[in-house]
Design a protein around this ligand. Sequence first.
Ligand code: NAI
Ligand code: 15L
Length: 268
Amino acid sequence: PRPRTVLLTGAAGGLGTLMRGLLPAYGYELRLLDVLPIPDEPAAITADLADKDALRAAVHGVDAVLHLAGISLEASFDKILRANIEGTYNLYEAARAEGVRRIVFASSNHAVGFTPRPMGTDPLIPVATPHRPDTFYGLSKAFGEDLAQFYWDKHGLETVSVRIGSCFAEPTSVRMLSVWMSPDDGARLFDAALTAERVGHTVVYGSSANTRLWWDLASARALGYEPRDDSEPYAEKLLAEQGELDPERPEHACLGGHFTTDPPIWPH
Ligand code: NAI
Ligand code: 15L
């Protein structure tokens, strides 16, 4: 049966706000959770992923979870450890204990960020490429994917891990011409991930059908995802402003872009 009640974690964030707007049209009843209160959503659960009791109550009775909560950029290892690594573990444990059948996990291209981007006639990057995290943040997403595989193999809890590119209203860089996912395509992909049958643990890339795409959307399409958008209409303006990506520049050489070259953030 189609899942109806879905816990949306990270509901106060950028993607959470977009999906709060778009997913109800697909027939979902959303239960919202975030560590930040959400104005205009008095029923939202305000809780930290560290709060195991709150997570048990939040997942009780839902058909599925769309797990977007966490730190969404590079941060110190201690912060990433608490929110993304322990927090995602706490969520999976709560879901297992409450018998939730499926989680859609917001992974990231930064789990494989040091993978060289295809150039010229190079093949698209497949999903079955080794983890090459570009940050502590990307490392936490690689952990999340492994956690998802473990909960499927050990406990039969299904996950679709979505290695999201850049999901924002519009692409704002030349790199994003390749990795952009329009919010509408994001909703289509999350809907497919929530409803496809027998996913076990499936890893997909999350982007629109971009002309300059770097990775293979085959596993996403196999879920029933049919992207309708392409970043190409934004290309002329962005290329005029920023120029083509330069393969000699390290921050242009890999999927993860500047995440691969930004200085690490140490704890202090
Ligand atoms: P965001 O930073 O705008 O939203 C994340 C939300 O999670 C925030 O509202 C924050 O309060 C909440 N949160 C953080 N720590 C928490 C904790 N300990 N307990 C409860 N809630 C907590 O990020 P955005 O852009 O909305 O991304 C959502 C998810 O998708 C993140 O997991 C991010 O890593 C992932 N992602 C997003 C991409 C994008 O293009 N927007 C690209 C790749 C991955
Ligand atoms: C991510 O994982 C971040 O959450 C998002 O803010 C963007 O930076 C995106 O990747 C990207 O690679 O553009």
